[in-house]
Design a protein around this ligand. Structure first.
Ligand code: DWN
Length: 415
């Protein structure tokens, strides 16, 4: 189901390879464990009653002392995670506003309109850009989501991004390559970058949107640590990865989406465009070393304890608590807190693929959002906290009826 990872995937730091003919020596080159949630289920393994679960795997973050990349100690088989994927890109107003932001950023760099999306999910972003005059095509490993995108008339291929698929798409000469929240899901970064290099012309702009380790650490967003996110990227680590390639960091822009992300633009090293100073600015002020992770670890365990106490106390006092948004983050929370149906009656979600399944690793059912509207529980933990303002506006009646929201970040808050 998974394999162990003992070397840094960005710079290669770690013990020497053991093989026939190579002298085995004592080695102190080790990645350092900085965060450990034990054995956990896969965050999107939402399964119906009687269905087979993919299993559990260690959830441990290790830090590279050389380039500061934080990565999980294991890599779960990608086909288990992605061939049938239940996460669908949000069609919320927050997300549409975000698309507008990235479109504006892209258009400050290029007037090119041929756009390739890697990790195109159900095609929502492709469609959005298509409606704005872009010629779009996509690649995604999830067969179920590609089927949906094709039904919407989009040009997509069901495949993992590698040199084989890059060879196939090369003649399409993309001018914009977009990979939103994909890069940190990838195990073999070198293969990913080599494949990018194959389709990247001198004027192509590659845009990688990733959750940023700086936000993760600063805001204590430990619930974004799960098996799909194999790395927690810093600009320093990305620079180490790209050192011996034909690609370079061109520009870095901070984004609000998903609790804090970076929009990293790459260009070929032989482009005639000067890199923005934003890349070196980020490099110089990054604080993502061991000390930052130590503080993060203490804070995360403090938050887990605080939510457990709050929910136990509410239950003892006869109050009803539910979850709102069966996000991947919700799986991390409920399992870290060891919640089950005695704690949360249900988690509500708008995604058809998740309905009437169970929150992975628990017996908490996922129900339609209409249940929440008619039910009026006492407390709702917002597990889709990255969309909270939009959700709060939509669910005004809940607060009007006396219901209280529990927000997990930056500190647990009841409102
Ligand atoms: O990288 C990843 C990110 C970008 O998306 C993935 N590995 C998985 C996924 O993470 P997530 O599941 O935490 O993403 P979201 O978009 O924060 O999930 C929100 C969940 O809440 C979705 O299941 C949809 C649901 N939702 C809802 O029920 N009502 C969302 C909104 C906005 C709502 O109004």
């Amino acid at each position: 189901m998974y394999r162990a990872l003992i070397r840094c995937r960005a710079c290669g730091y770690g013990p020497p390879i053991v093989a026939d003919g190579i002298k085995v020596e004592k080695s102190s080159l080790r990645l350092k464990t900085v965060f450990d949630l034990g054995i956990q289920p896969l965050a999107n393994d939402f399964t119906k009653e009687g269905g087979e679960h993919a299993g559990f795997a260690p959830l441990k973050v290790q830090l590279c002392p050389q380039c500061s990349l934080a990565q999980l100690s294991v890599v779960v088989r990608p086909d288990l995670l992605y061939h049938h994927y239940r996460y669908v890109t949000s069609q919320s107003e927050t997300m549409k506003a975000h698309f507008e932001t990235i479109r504006r950023l892209i258009e400050t760099e290029t007037s090119g309109r041929r756009l390739l999306e890697i990790g195109s999910n159900d095609g929502f972003l492709l469609q959005w850009f298509g409606e704005r005059g872009y010629q779009v095509f996509g690649v995604d490993p999830a067969e179920n989501l590609c089927k949906k995108a094709k039904e919407a008339g989009l040009n997509v291929r069901a495949a993992f991004w590698d040199r084989r698929i890059a060879e196939e798409l090369k003649p399409k000469l993309p001018q914009v390559i977009l990979a939103r929240h994909v890069f940190c899901h990838i195990d073999d970064w070198r293969e990913f970058v080599l494949a990018l290099d194959m389709v990247c012309g001198r004027d192509t702009i590659i845009c990688i949107e990733v959750p940023y380790v700086g936000d993760l650490l600063r805001k204590g967003e430990f619930d974004t640590v799960y098996h799909e996110h194999t790395s927690y990227l810093s600009i320093k680590a990305l620079a180490a990865l790209l050192k011996d390639t034909n690609l370079a960091i061109h520009r870095v822009e901070p984004l609000e989406i998903h609790g804090g992300a970076l929009f990293i633009m790459l260009r070929r090293k032989d482009t005639d465009r000067y890199p923005h100073k934003t890349a070196s600015q980020f490099l110089n002020r990054e604080e993502c070393g061991e000390e930052a992770w130590r503080e993060f670890d203490i804070r995360a365990h403090g938050k887990i304890g605080a939510l457990q106490s709050f929910v136990n106390c509410a239950r003892t006092n006869g109050k009803r608590v539910v979850g709102y948004g069966a996000s991947a983050k919700s799986t991390v929370w409920v399992n870290a807190c060891q919640f089950d149906r005695r704690h949360l009656d249900y988690i509500t979600d708008t995604t058809a693929e998740k309905l009437y399944t169970f929150s992975p690793g628990t017996d908490i059912p996922i129900v339609h959002v209409s249940t929440f509207a008619t039910d009026q529980p006492d407390y709702a933990i917002c597990f889709a906290w990255n969309f909270f303002e939009e959700i709060r506006a939509k669910e005004k009646l809940f607060a009007k009826g006396g219901g209280k929201w529990i927000i997990p970040h930056p500190e647990i808050k009841v409102i």
